[in-house]
Design a protein around this ligand. Structure first.
Ligand code: SAM
Length: 190
């Protein structure tokens, strides 16, 4: 919405009808113009080749099982020389999820190299979630494979204000003092 406010022509994509409906309400509330499309990020066929100047994905890619197809779709949609920017949990965080206990652990509970799906329950609800863990090396390799060059890789602590958020548990706070929590990648289409 911020990009639309600044004058960009924006298309918002989500696989969920409910999320598209929520986005529609927010867009209308903000009085901006955003095209909203319900689609799987691994099949963006309604959108034409080389029709975008940037793609931004915030906490979406961990939920996309077919990430190689999704990244190939991103290269297809972008014009050469422009950027894909995405942000999500840093891959190291997956090591501190204890699937059996369904809670964060202060010691590693899962191998960094284990790329099987992570199963967890969304905080404050009983929604069953599945996300996909990939190592940093795999992210860089997957991006290169479909025609991106990684320009910037940021490894960030907990965002400002999260430490005071009651939904952030004590374990996350302890781990966050020592390890990166958020990864941001800026990749340029060759
Ligand atoms: C954690 S939310 C992030 C939403 C938003 N980007 C934000 O920062 O508030 C993850 C979103 O990814 C969407 N999603 C999950 N799998 C997807 C897929 N395969 N294709 C497109 N969207 C997907 C979900 O419906 C959900 O809206």
């Amino acid at each position: 919405m911020e990009l639309a406010r600044q004058g960009a022509r924006v298309t918002g994509v989500d696989v969920s009808d409910a999320q598209i409906a929520l986005a529609q309400r927010r867009v209308e509330g903000a009085g901006v113009s955003v095209r909203l499309l319900r689609a799987d990020a691994a099949d963006l066929s309604p959108l034409p080749d080389a029709s975008f100047d940037a793609i931004v994905a915030v906490y979406v890619f961990p939920y996309v099982e077919e990430i190689a197809v999704c990244l190939a779709e991103c290269t297809r949609l972008l014009r050469p020389g422009v950027r894909l920017i995405f942000a999500q949990d840093h891959p190291i965080r997956a090591c501190f999820w204890d699937e059996e206990m369904q809670e964060e652990s202060v010691l590693p509970a899962r191998s960094y190299f284990d790329d099987s799906p992570l199963r967890w329950t969304f905080a404050g609800s009983d929604a069953a979630m599945t996300s996909h863990h990939r190592t940093l090396e795999r992210w860089v390799f997957s991006l290169h494979e479909v025609g991106f060059v990684v320009k910037t890789l940021r490894e960030l602590p907990l965002p400002d204000g999260w430490a005071d958020d009651p939904n952030v548990d004590e374990y996350t706070r302890e781990i966050a003092a020592f390890l990166p929590q958020v990864m941001v990648i800026e990749a340029v289409k060759r």
